[in-house]
Design a protein around this ligand. Structure first.
Ligand code: CAA
Length: 260
């Protein structure tokens, strides 16, 4: 699939979406966000794609935020459309019924952190830097940074990042739970691909149910969230993969999953 601002490839059942505007540190303009929506739609529809990796082209940035040159003269109504476009796209990515990993090398700032937080996991290189610097340019995060960041790292840390606009390094991002794993720069992509490939061998329906229960249970009362879990877990018993997984365990052999 050809895009103007993204590179879209599929390797061994893993789609790799690479933001490809390295001269602008992969800053996200509306055109790129629209392409991301299209790419995520392809990932959702194509049964051969089992997992997704998001990355940035070049060696300086994952994504250095929304494109400031495109936003500078927006009026509130126009800004609202741009922010809504980001939210629509990132919500779709977040709820894609397949696992997603952001592979972050270099800067993940503003919209860059926000895109990564719509992925299920974030892996980064040792030299990566993170921040929500919008306050420094008279703005606040507009693609979920005030909401997903607080849910991920807690209110106090989110407020520090959003309200003071500072940057943190990979080590600190790992300490506060913003990233799951940190790798040397030259190992980041290979390790991320290796991890993503594991998902292609796991029962797809159970993966979908696990993600659904976590994503949609989070905002429910504990009783309702537990009910959701019961329903999602019970649904797994309608699949051949559940029968195969348990039978293989009992027969002390490797399961042969069919993905249904
Ligand atoms: N938008 C547009 N262009 C950007 C950009 C952005 N977010 N970030 C970097 N660029 C461009 C620069 O303008 C520059 O272009 P030129 O070569 O044409 O001048 C090029 O990328 C390289 O950047 P720098 O020369 O600034 O590189 P540096 O190494 O000196 O600094 C940096 C790197 C610290 C990441 C710096 O570029 C920077 O601070 N970028 C902006 C970060 C930011 O404020 N992000 C938040 C944006 S607002 C947002 O994201 C809102 C939202 O929530 C939706």
């Amino acid at each position: 699939m050809e895009f103007a601002n993204l590179i879209f490839t599929v390797e061994d059942g893993v789609a790799i979406i690479t933001f490809n505007r390295p001269k602008a540190l992969n800053a996200m303009n509306a055109a790129t966000m629209n392409e991301l929506y299209e790419a995520v739609t392809i990932c959702e529809k194509d049964d051969a794609i089992k997992a997704i990796i998001l990355a940035g082209a070049g060696d300086k940035a994952f994504v250095a935020g929304a494109d400031i040159s495109e936003m500078v003269n927006l009026r509130p109504q126009e800004a609202m459309l741009f922010m809504e476009l980001g939210h629509k796209t990132l919500r779709m990515l977040e709820n894609l019924p397949k696992p997603s990993i952001a592979a972050i090398n270099g800067f993940a700032l503003g919209g860059g952190v926000e895109i990564s937080m719509a992925c299920d996991m974030r892996f980064c290189s040792e030299t990566s830097r993170f921040g929500q610097p919008e306050i420094l340019i008279g703005l606040i995060p507009g693609w979920g940074g005030t909401q997903r960041l607080a849910r991920l790292v807690g209110f106090g840390r989110a407020k520090e990042l959003v309200m003071a606009g500072g940057q943190i390094d990979a080590k600190r991002a790992y300490e506060i739970g913003l990233v799951n794993k940190v790798f040397p720069v030259d190992q980041l992509m290979e390790e991320t691909k290796k991890f993503a490939r594991k998902f292609t061998t796991l029962p797809g329906f159970a993966l979908k149910m696990a993600k659904h229960a976590i994503n949609f249970g989070y905002d429910l009362s504990l009783d309702n969230a537990n009910r959701l879990e019961v329903e999602c877990c019970s649904q797994c018993f309608s699949t051949d993969d559940q029968k195969e997984g348990m039978q293989a365990f009992l027969e002390k052999r490797k399961p042969a999953y069919k993905g249904c």
